[in-house]
Ligand binder design. Structure first.
Ligand SMILES: [Zn+2]
Length: 92
């Protein structure tokens, strides 16, 4: 899991969490089944090709989601989830 600063930088600059080059479309997120069900991902957005390496390393339960865009959500003070996170909008 990348550190919080990296996550925030990728979110605000809209660069890939792996190679740090600008993101195009689709934007890809990798997470687990729980993140998939909540439509909330903690790893930064990635290129499709970069995400494949993360997906392979993450194990058999990992999920890959493609989207055209996302919301970056910073946790609130009383948030049950204390981490900054990403919510894909329309999935591709
Ligand atoms: Zn990349």
């Amino acid at each position: 899991m990348p550190d919080r600063r990296t996550v925030t930088r990728c979110a605000l600059a809209r660069v890939c969490g792996v190679c740090e080059e600008p993101l195009g479309r689709p934007i890809v997120f990798v997470g687990d089944a729980d993140e998939d069900a909540r439509n909330t991902f903690h790893q930064p957005p990635m290129h499709e090709s970069c995400a494949q390496g993360i997906l392979a390393a993450a194990g058999p339960d990992a999920v890959l989601v493609r989207t055209g865009g996302f919301e970056f959500v910073r946790p609130g003070r009383d948030d049950a989830d204390p981490l900054p996170r990403f919510e894909p909008n329309s999935r591709l």
